[in-house]
Write a protein that binds this ligand. Structure first.
Ligand code: ADE
Ligand code: ZN
Length: 337
């Protein structure tokens, strides 16, 4: 079985990571103290006891509540640097990072505060941590579409340093079709488009994300397996799915990691990638997900290299930046046998 050191050395790309989902309990307490915010928890142990989820919404409730400690540009930069430091230790070489600006503006933190803080840390990422990055603004599908449209225009007006947009938050009852106008505005401006679909929602939402929002990747997408025609479409067009194994278990999308459909997805030829989603909430970072796949699903070097290759190809990196990573993955694979 591959060791954690071998897994560290595999060049990894993270494509589904919510920066707010990297807010660790220790940092929550530190920022609460720095900003004079009273938390509802007596201590870190009581806070940690909240991390038992029954579904997506039960997680989102805690995820949004904990963001109250993020107040200043410095807070957002510290959060982002803490993630990048941990990602470096995981052997992540490129990260495309989601941020949920509406989760901050609705509580009185300005768009420029969250954007500038995260962007400042990402601007130093390559030099400081050896990780290239892209920022993706995600719209909250359970908030009014008009709010997303206004924010999209604000992002354009401020020339926000973003590579693309996405769609997240509570999925069921909030279909992609509602956000057609937002996504077409983004596409007109040359932004890349992705969307969470088929996490808790039906395959129909995956079809809508593809056909109406014209996304180039689907985040999660595991419920696509319920629709054979959809699987065939995803395979034929090699549309990447950013699968998040730990997240799926902790949000009870699947029962246990041993039941995860990832091996079946690979066997069917889907362009799957493995990602950490909200690692501070779901029990581990990208390396932890990969280690668990070797231990629980018996993945070897061949499967991990396929996942790593798929992620490079699914990234927004240009071909000349993908090529050295792909070559390093082949070198890694050769060294394992
Ligand atoms: N926001 C943060 N994590 C999410 C997830 N797994 N699904 C939908 N929205 C999210
Ligand atoms: Zn997500």
């Amino acid at each position: 079985m591959l060791t954690p050191a071998q897994i560290h050395d595999l060049p990894k790309v993270e494509l589904h990571l919510h920066i707010e989902g990297t807010l660790e309990p220790e940092l929550i307490l530190q920022l609460a103290e720095r900003n004079g915010i009273r938390l509802p928890w007596a201590d870190i142990d009581e806070l940690r006891q909240q991390y038992e989820f029954t579904d997506l919404q039960s997680f989102l409730n805690l995820y949004y509540a904990n963001m109250a400690v993020l107040q200043t540009e410095e807070d957002f930069a510290d959060l982002t640097r803490a993630y990048l430091r941990r990602a470096q230790a995981a052997g992540v070489r490129h990260a495309e990072i989601f941020m949920d600006p509406q989760a901050h503006t609705v509580r009185g933190v300005s768009l420029s505060t969250c954007m500038n803080g995260v962007a400042a840390a990402l601007a130093e990422s390559e030099a400081e941590f050896g990780i290239s990055s892209a920022l993706i603004v995600t719209f909250l599908r359970d908030r009014p579409v008009a709010e997303a449209l206004t924010m999209m225009q604000d992002l354009i007006d401020m020339r926000a340093p973003i590579a693309g947009i996405g769609l997240d938050s509570a999925e069921v009852g909030h279909p992609p079709i509602d956000f057609v106008e937002v996504f077409s505005l983004a596409r007109e401006r040359g932004l890349r488009c992705v969307a969470h679909a088929g996490e808790e929602g039906p395959p129909e939402y995956v079809w809508q994300a593809l056909e109406l929002l014209q996304v180039s990747r689907i985040d999660h997408g595991i419920r696509s397996l319920e629709d054979d025609a959809l699987v065939e479409h995803l395979v034929t067009h090699q549309i990447p799915l950013t699968v998040c194994p730990f997240s799926n278990v902790r949000l009870r999308v699947i029962d246990t990691l041993a039941d995860h459909p990832l091996p079946a997805m690979l066997a069917r030829g889907l362009a799957v990638t493995v990602n950490s989603d909200d690692p501070a909430y779901f029990g581990g970072y990208l390396d932890d997900n990969f280690i668990a796949l070797t231990r629980t699903l018996g993945f070897g070097a061949g499967e991990l290299a396929t996942l790593a290759r798929n992620a490079v190809r699914a990234s927004f990196l240009k071909a000349d930046a993908q090529a050295p990573l792909l070559a390093q993955i082949e070198d890694w694979l050769t060294a394992q046998v």
